[in-house]
Each structure stands twice: as structure tokens, then as C-alpha cells.
Design a protein around this ligand. Structure first.
Ligand SMILES: *[C@@H]1O[C@H](CO)[C@@H](O)[C@H](O)[C@H]1NC(C)=O
Ligand SMILES: *[C@@H]1O[C@H](CO)[C@@H](O)[C@H](O)[C@H]1NC(C)=O
Ligand SMILES: *[C@@H]1O[C@H](CO)[C@@H](O)[C@H](O)[C@H]1NC(C)=O
Length: 348
């Protein structure tokens, strides 16, 4: 008896202990399971990854929009209609010399760090607009003035990136656009990219800034050319490619310094992949080209024909996968993100 009693005591106490643990775990189970039922049952090893991805994307979006309670308090939005009810068609564009950046900011209060998203429906695509830039502040202002309301009428989720070439080496539009693609993807997983010259302003909002199953060329006509395609196969000015299409052609070439050729090079890359360039109808794909003289630092590239002949042999090695640059600053301004980069200079 004397020998058993400590053991029996422990056993007896143990019974209560087990009971306590059991009831506690039932409580804990109820607490975690209510509301999470579906999720925890569904989370198999295969879906875990997808869920994690979704969560990090949403986190990113939250931090981007800088309106912490916006995403959480809103009921689920339905997808925006296929045709936006806000479209107006052909517009009279104005280019007032008195226009100021402050005015344009005041007109676009819903744009935050260059980004916008419709408040009442879920946009059909997320688009990054990439604008290569140097010394064209006036043109940029006119473009922002027209482009922001234009894109909002199209009910898109978008952000505007200005890719500023630092220094005064010869301009390289194509390499700046490669940089823009790589840098914009650090912010968000954009589905569609619009490569946009700073001096072309769209005249008709039926010209949709969305990507297609094939690479899309948006500038059929401009006032400077009597609204005709500059030449058959022209693929410059403003183009739209999905994230995957652009990756598939290894982006632009990095070796076109000065004016011309890089857009034809991109067309060759697209054709080598057996993709087909599509264009909106001529009556909507119209642009006004704001007048300017050729900039110094962007002289005609005399080597462009020679380079174009080599494209089929070098495209795999010259492009996104070989684009080296140094980001000098990223300024998140109200109407655009200014990515300033050192992209080097032409090799002699
Ligand atoms: C655009 O301007 C022209 C000439 O000033 C005018 O005839 C036309 O009605 C205007 N169109 C719109 C949509 O405001
Ligand atoms: C096209 O329109 C813009 C803006 O009105 C003007 O600056 C430019 O000179 C025009 N170009 C031609 C060739 O008419
Ligand atoms: C972008 O930032 C650089 C560096 O601060 C500045 O020199 C340049 O003027 C800016 N460009 C634009 C278009 O804001």
C-alpha cells in the first residue's frame, strides 16, 4: 500500500490532467476551425504555393495603394464591363503652353504614385505604361495630361513609369524600355506592357491600352503623316505586349544607340517567334505628334541596317537577359514613377 500510493496518486491526478488537455484542445479546435473550415481542408501541398503567392501579391497591392482600409472594407468587386461606359471616342486635344504639372495633378486626384485602379469594378487587365525619357518635360506633361483621364475612362488598373536616361551619352530608347520592364515587375506582376513614346498623344479612347493574344501596334496614323501607317511593318511609337510575349522575344535589343531601327528589330524578333502583329482599326488608332526638333544626343543611328541583318543570329543573347544597368534613383511622384538609370554608352 505504502509503496503503491505515490504511483496511484500520480495516475489519479493524471486522469484530470488528460481531461483538461482534451477539453482545451477541443476549444482550440473550435476557435481555429470556425471560418477557416474550407481553407484548411483545401490546403494540400499543391495549393499551398498558389495561396502564398496570392497573399504576397495582395500584400504588395495593399502597400502600393497606401490606403490601408480600402482593400479590406470593400465588398468583392465584379469585373469591369467588356466595353467601358465611360468612353468618349474622338477628342479635341489641347496643348496649352500655360499648363502646369500641378494642374494635371489636381485633375487626377485618384492617381497615386502613378497608379490607378477603378473603384467600382475589377479591371480586366493590369498594365504598366513605360515612357523612355530625357529632356522632354513639356511633352511628358502634355502626355500625362491626356493619358491619365484616357486610361481611367478605359477602366484599367495601370501605373505610369518614366524611364529617365542619366548623363548625356547617346539616347537608347530600347534599352530604357527593357529597364522599365524589369523595374516595373519589381513593384507588381503586370500582365501587359505599353511601350510609349513621349511625343505621341492618343486621340481616341476606343484605342484600348490592353494586350491581345498577339503583340499589338497602336499607332496606325499620326497627324504628322496624314494618319497613314509610316511604312508596311512599322512597329514603333506605341506598342503593347504581354509580360510573356515580351519575355519570349527576349525583349528589345540593347545595342541601338540613337534614333531608329530598334522598333524594326523588335518586329523581327516577334516574327521569328511566329507571332503576328495586330492593329486596332485605323479610325481609332490615331495620334497627335507634338512638334519638336530632333534632340541632340539622339542622332540617326547610321548602323541600324547592319544591326537589323544580324538580329536573327543575336536575339537570344542580346536583350532582356543581357540588359545591364545601374538604377540611380526611383522617385514615386504623384503622376508617375521616375526611374533614373545609368545604361552606359555605345561601345566604339
Ligand atoms: C472639336 O473641335 C472642332 C473644331 O473646333 C469642333 O467642330 C468639334 O465639334 C469638336 N469636337 C468635340 C468632340 O468637342
Ligand atoms: C500635329 O499636331 C500638333 C499639336 O497640335 C502640332 O504641334 C504639330 O505641329 C502637328 N503636326 C503636323 C505635321 O501637323
Ligand atoms: C527623374 O529624376 C531625376 C533624378 O532626380 C531628375 O534629374 C529628372 O529630372 C527626373 N525626371 C522626371 C521626368 O521627373
Amino acid at each position: 500500500m505504502g509503496f503503491c500510493s505515490p504511483v496511484c496518486k500520480i495516475l489519479r491526478r493524471g486522469k484530470y490532467f488528460v481531461l483538461l488537455i482534451l477539453s482545451l484542445s477541443v476549444l482550440a479546435w473550435i476557435a481555429t476551425f470556425s471560418g477557416e473550415t474550407v481553407k484548411s481542408v483545401l490546403v494540400s501541398s499543391a495549393t499551398t504555393q498558389a495561396l502564398v503567392k496570392e497573399v504576397t501579391l495582395r500584400d504588395k497591392l495593399n502597400s502600393w495603394t497606401a490606403a490601408p482600409d480600402r482593400v479590406n472594407t470593400q465588398p468583392l468587386k465584379t469585373e469591369c464591363p467588356e466595353k467601358s461606359p465611360l468612353l468618349q471616342g474622338a477628342l479635341n486635344l489641347s496643348f496649352e503652353s500655360s499648363l502646369k504639372l500641378k494642374d494635371v495633378e489636381g485633375d487626377n486626384k485618384d492617381v497615386n504614385e502613378g497608379e490607378y485602379e477603378p473603384s467600382d469594378c475589377m479591371a480586366r487587365q493590369s498594365i504598366a505604361i513605360l515612357i523612355p525619357h530625357r529632356n522632354r518635360e513639356r511633352h511628358l506633361l502634355y502626355l500625362l495630361h491626356h493619358l491619365h483621364p484616357f486610361l481611367q475612362r478605359q477602366q484599367l488598373h495601370y501605373a505610369v513609369y518614366v524611364i529617365q536616361q542619366a548623363g548625356d551619352a547617346t539616347f537608347n530608347r530600347a534599352k530604357l524600355l527593357n529597364v522599365g520592364y524589369l523595374e516595373a515587375l519589381k513593384d507588381y506582376s503586370w500582365e501587359c506592357f505599353i511601350f510609349h513614346d513621349v511625343d505621341l498623344v492618343p486621340e481616341n479612347d476606343h484605342n484600348l491600352y490592353m494586350c491581345d493574344k498577339q503583340p499589338k501596334h497602336l499607332v496606325v496614323g499620326r497627324n504628322a503623316t496624314g494618319y497613314k501607317l509610316r511604312y508596311k511593318g512599322y512597329f514603333g511609337g506605341v506598342t503593347a505586349m504581354t509580360k510573356e510575349q515580351f519575355l519570349q522575344v527576349n525583349g528589345f535589343s540593347n545595342i541601338y544607340w540613337g534614333w531608329g531601327g530598334e522598333d524594326d528589330d523588335l518586329r523581327i524578333r516577334v516574327e521569328l517567334q511566329k507571332m503576328k502583329i495586330v492593329r486596332p482599326p485605323a479610325q481609332v488608332a490615331r495620334y497627335t505628334m507634338v512638334f519638336h526638333k530632333r534632340d541632340s544626343g539622339n542622332e540617326i543611328n547610321k548602323d541600324r541596317m547592319k544591326l537589323l541583318g544580324r538580329t536573327p543570329h543575336v536575339w537570344r543573347k542580346d536583350g532582356l537577359n543581357s540588359c545591364s544597368y545601374k538604377t540611380l534613383s526611383v522617385e514615386r511622384l504623384p503622376l508617375y514613377v521616375n526611374v533614373t538609370v545609368d545604361i552606359g554608352k555605345p561601345q566604339s
